[in-house]
Design a binder for this molecule. Structure first.
Ligand SMILES: [Zn+2]
Ligand SMILES: [Zn+2]
Length: 329
């Protein structure tokens, strides 16, 4: 069984773009030194319990199921297209107002702020499945990678040094410091529009699913699926997880080449966030979507990454040089 794979030795150093060697974001708290955060656990437990309770208090109807699923995918878009592909990897460009919309929408998923999320994610790529990877299933087990790390004191703080390219926007820093603002606004809006049934199905139950839908990329997507590229981590490609996560399941593709806006690279590799971003591009809301250069398909090609935290301009110039723009269509 994949979950019982024996630990592998440290992988060889990753071949990265030269800009990635410029600096480091500093030390982080070692997981074996910290403790589990009672407030984070209480929030997790409360949302799960209220979500399940809602199933009994308000029996399912088609509108409630549609609300739960719609709320899940709307906010999954905030996480995948916003937190991940924009803030962590800068795979496309957008305006300051839409950048705030993405940060707000992602924040309603109750996974802390965009800058917290992206800063930790940059560490994940920098140290994938090595000792300093905060959520490697290889290092500390499946449940740690799935949920343990996020309720642990080693991950609580925003690693500002990893996300310097976005800290110049006070509205983003404010959202990051007030992590429950967007979730409360979102939940209150649901309650105002649809009463308690909408609150329980559209927020509590939907958020519990959304957490696990996101967390499987850190856990399952490093143990279950196929590997197209021999990356130095354990990332996999998995259709089922891609359907659950609007395309994030093509995680081996992503670890091989992180600067691409699309994670499903072949026509049948379903990638909902990419399709939505293409539609937003047509509307002029996002632009400069980066695609996959031919060279990364070459057999034996080294994985490539740019670490935006390590350059004075947030990696903008290096990312531009590394990635190629989508051909106009
Ligand atoms: Zn990533
Ligand atoms: Zn990964």
């Amino acid at each position: 069984m994949l979950l019982l794979e024996p630990p592998r030795p440290d992988p060889a150093p990753v071949a990265v773009h030269p800009v990635a060697a410029l600096a480091d974001a500093g030390p982080q708290v070692a997981p074996d030194k910290g403790h589990y955060e009672p407030s984070a656990i209480a929030l997790m437990v409360t949302v799960h319990v209220l979500g399940v309770l809602g199933l009994f208090l308000f029996p399912p109807t088609w509108p409630l199921v549609a609300l739960c699923v719609g709320s899940y995918y709307l906010r999954m878009f905030g996480i995948t297209a916003g937190y991940h592909r924009y803030f962590a990897h800068r795979t496309y460009r957008t305006s300051r107002w839409f950048q705030f919309v993405l940060a707000f929408l992602g924040s309603t998923a109750t996974q802390r702020g965009a800058l917290w999320w992206a800063a930790h994610h940059r560490d994940h790529h920098r140290h994938s499945d090595q000792e300093r990877d905060l959520h490697s299933p290889l290092r500390r087990g499946f449940w740690w990678s799935h949920i343990g790390w996020i309720v642990h004191s080693s991950s609580t703080e925003t690693r500002w040094g990893n996300i310097k390219d976005f800290t110049k926007y006070p509205e983003l820093v404010w959202l990051d410091n007030w992590r429950l603002f967007a979730p409360v606004v979102y939940a209150a809006t649901l309650f105002a529009l649809g009463g308690a049934p909408a609150l329980f199905w559209g927020y509590f139950l939907s958020t519990a699913f959304l957490w696990h839908g996101t967390f499987v990329i850190n856990s399952l997507c490093h143990v279950w699926g196929s590997r197209r590229f021999e990356t130095t981590d354990t990332s996999r490609n998995n259709l089922w997880l891609a359907l659950l996560t609007l395309g994030e399941g093509w995680h081996n593709n992503h670890h091989h080449y992180q600067s691409s806006v699309r994670q499903g690279w072949l026509w049948w590799e379903v990638d909902g966030s990419f399709y939505a971003l293409k539609a937003l591009e047509k509307l002029g809301i996002v632009w400069k979507l980066k695609s996959v250069p031919e060279r990364v398909w070459t057999p034996g090609a080294a994985s490539e990454s740019v670490d935006p935290a390590k350059t004075a301009d947030g990696g903008a110039a290096a990312i531009e040089a590394l990635a190629v723009a989508e051909p106009a269509s």
